[in-house]
Design a binder for this molecule. Structure first.
Ligand SMILES: [Zn+2]
Length: 77
């Protein structure tokens, strides 16, 4: 079962095209019904675009931090 944590951990590899088809399908399925992960992916794309202007590097730390904040807020209700 795909969880939000799984998606967050695999998002970098997914966007980099490093995941097999089955894993991509599971992530897509999860993102289709999970607003939290859709927000995460939007944040990831924005962060990636911004950082690409500075350097050609991945930004998993920023994405993970943003995701943890979202999860904490969701759990606090
Ligand atoms: Zn999710």
């Amino acid at each position: 079962m795909m969880t939000c944590r799984d998606l967050a951990e695999k998002l970098g590899a997914w966007k980099a095209g490093e995941l097999p088809l089955q894993a991509r399908a599971l992530l897509s399925l999860h993102a289709a019904w999970c607003p939290c992960c859709r927000a995460l992916m939007a944040t990831y794309d924005t962060t990636l675009t911004l950082s690409a202007e500075l350097a050609d590097q991945r930004v998993p730390d920023e994405v993970a931090a943003a995701f943890d904040t979202m999860i904490d807020r969701a759990m606090d209700g």
